[in-house]
Each structure stands twice: as C-alpha cells, then as structure tokens.
Write a protein that binds this ligand. Structure first.
Ligand code: AMP
Length: 192
C-alpha cells in the first residue's frame, strides 16, 4: 500500500502518519523529518537545508527527490506513507516515475483540509506550550509556509484528481475522528 498524506503545515499529517505506521506496518517517509535528521547530524545537506527551512521555503527538488528515491529503493516490498512529500508538481511527477520503475503505483492521496486561521491558532498554541518548538514554528514563518502551500503544493491537486486518487477529509475534528475516516479508505484499499 502506498499513500500520500497531503495538506497544509499543521494539519496533522505527521500524527495521522504515525497511527498508520503502527496499524498497517507502513514505513513513514517524512521529508521534513529526514531534513531535520540531516540538520541534527550537522551534514552539509543539513546546513544548507536549515537556512531554507527557517524561512519556510522549499528545499530543492533534486535533494528531496534523491532522498526519497534512496528510501524507496532501499526498502523494496514495504508499504509507504508519504508525509510532506510531494510539495510541488515536479516532485509529484518524479514520484510516479520512481514508482513505475519499480512496478509500483500510488494507491491514494488523502487531503486533510484545515483552514488557514485554524492552522495559525494551532501553531501559536504549539509554540506557547512547547519548550522544544521547531525553529520554523513561529507565526511569521508559518505564514510563509502557508503561502508556499497555496502557491506550489496545492497546485498538485488537479494532477491527483485526474488520476482519481484524491480524497478529502475534514481535519478540524479530533485526532480520533480524522483517523477513523482515514481508516475507512484504507480498509477499501486492503480489500482490493
Ligand atoms: P515539514 O516538517 O513537512 O513541515 O517540513 C519542514 C520544512 O522542510 C518545510 O517548510 C520545507 O522547508 C522543508 N521540506 C520538507 N519537505 C519538503 C519537500 N518535499 N520539498 C521541499 N522542501 C521540503
């Protein structure tokens, strides 16, 4: 099973991805987590990526696509859940090419829909309550990340609508309710 969790920053993609990993033995491929690992290791890639991430911009497609390609090729036979990838049309097309080469294909793209004002409130709360807020977790950077989401990432949607793979879920509900609705779609895939 290969699934994309799609949605704006703060929509809860990471939380839902973790649940799916536990329930369905999928491998979570979060490009944001991979980049944060590279930063923590102090690698050249991490140093370059940090400056871009701290502004809320997108890291170059070349870096992202090769990170994902390495993971997919190194874990043949696994099911994947993508979280935070693809972020633009180039990445979406590159993913299809990568999967096709391995005779794999995407099952479903689940969009978690949350309005901007709700996301801004969530991030403000996260910053207030956390002693370890991410360096890109502040209102100014979030607003830029939302801009980037509307300018680049959201433009992928017609591509997946044309493939009949996009489903929408209302993300302004409890983690449990969102998770149950996702589960309904997963059950359908498992049955196929
Ligand atoms: P995330 O944890 O998914 O919110 O990602 C945090 C930051 O990492 C983003 O704001 C981008 O700067 C960078 N990033 C993560 N995934 C991607 C991607 N697929 N393409 C480009 N940049 C990314």
């Amino acid at each position: 099973m290969i699934i994309i969790l799609f949605g704006p920053p703060g929509a809860g993609k990471g939380t839902q991805a973790e649940r799916l990993v536990d329930k369905h033995n999928l491998m979570q491929l979060s490009t944001g987590d991979m980049l944060r690992d590279a930063i923590a290791r102090g690698s050249d890639l991490g140093i370059k990526a940090k400056a871009i991430m701290d502004k809320g911009e997108l890291v170059s497609d070349g870096i992202i696509i090769s990170m994902i390609s390495e993971k997919i090729q190194g874990n043949k036979g696994r099911g994947f859940i993508f979280d935070g990838f693809p972020r633009n049309l180039e990445q979406a097309k590159a993913l299809d090419v990568m999967l096709e080469k391995l005779s794999l294909s995407l099952d479903l793209v689940i969009e978690i829909v949350v309005k901007d004002d709700v996301l801004i409130n969530r991030i403000e709360k996260r910053v207030r309550e956390s002693q370890h807020a991410r360096s890109d977790d502040n209102e100014e950077v979030l607003k830029n990340r939302l801009n980037v989401y509307h300018q680049s990432t959201e433009k992928i949607k017609p591509y997946y609508v044309a493939q009949k793979k996009l489903v929408k879920i209302d993300g302004i509900r409890s983690i449990e309710q969102v998770s149950n609705e996702i589960e309904g779609y997963i059950v359908d895939i498992v049955k196929q």
